[in-house]
Write a protein that binds this ligand. Structure first.
Ligand code: MG
Ligand code: MG
Length: 263
């Protein structure tokens, strides 16, 4: 069917490799999570993630990724109003910041792509609620990844959950197919209509990644040409997993938890 053009169905063996790539990616993100504290620089976090990835015989997927210029780092680290694609630098994390860390790993030719947002020290109740809703929105999306459902069912589930809580999703940045390429068909928007789009079937692997903004769905790109921020400067958050559709339901690939069929 035309609208399935370009979608790559993975074999069980390929999904197992993607699980290994996802596990290495999860180890890198776990190391970063444990290192996050006031005073650490985003460059230090980046070096830590790259070390974990390379120690496992894998390669950072973001480094050199094509864009306005090749992406220069292993992580994207996006603080407060920065939604995605923040470039690590000498900035020190401050108490009360919320920091979104996104990481991609290539292992044996396959990509794992995952992200989380966490507070630095004490954060405001408003920030804490944003993080909780964003993380839950990820699982709301994942739970819709069942054979026979459509991509629009994932999008609609995320959008409805997010908007019910008074938050916004961006229009320009979406989830995506993932596999040998970090970004494959189909796009998986965080907004849409149930019952529309590609039918899901076993072997389809998607990166589900709700991105939430407190005050607006509008974004803009900073002069560094990569960092995406909320247009109004309001707080943002981002969670992501790479997930396979199986006959038993969704299987999260970018996790250290072995019990991850949501069934
Ligand atoms: Mg990502
Ligand atoms: Mg992604």
């Amino acid at each position: 069917m035309a609208w399935q053009r370009g979608v790559v169905i993975k074999t069980p063996e390929e999904i197992e490799i993607m699980r290994q790539a996802g596990r290495i990616n999860a180890l890198a993100l776990d190391a970063v999570r444990q290192a996050i504290r006031p005073g650490v620089t985003t460059m230090e976090l980046d070096a830590l993630a790259e070390q974990v990835i390379r120690d496992h015989g894998a390669v950072p997927a973001f480094k050199g990724y094509p864009g306005p210029y090749p992406y220069p780092a292993t992580l994207t680290v996006s603080i407060n109003e920065a939604l995605v694609h923040g470039i690590p630098d000498g900035r020190e994390l401050q108490p009360g910041d919320i920091v979104s860390v996104d990481c991609g790993t290539i292992y044996k030719g396959f990509v794992g792509d995952s992200a989380f947002t966490v507070g630095v020290g004490e954060i405001s109740p408003e920030a804490a609620k944003l993080l909780a809703v964003t993380e839950r929105a990820l699982y709301v999306g994942i739970e819709a990844m069942r054979p026979g459902n459509r991509v629009g069912d994932i999008s609609a589930a995320i959008q409805q959950y997010v908007e019910k809580h008074g938050y916004y999703v961006p229009r320009e940045y979406t989830g995506h197919g993932v596999g040998r390429q970090m970004h494959e068909a189909p796009q998986v928007p965080n907004y849409g209509r149930a019952g529309r789009g590609m039918v899901l079937r076993p072997g389809i692997t998607l990166a589900i990644e709700p991105m939430l903004l407190v005050g607006t769905y509008r974004t803009r790109v900073l002069p560094d040409q990569w960092t995406v921020v909320s247009a109004d400067g309001s707080l943002t958050a981002h969670f992501e997993h790479s997930v396979a559709v199986t006959k038993n339901g969704p299987l999260i690939l970018t996790t250290l938890d072995e019990r991850q069929i949501v069934d």
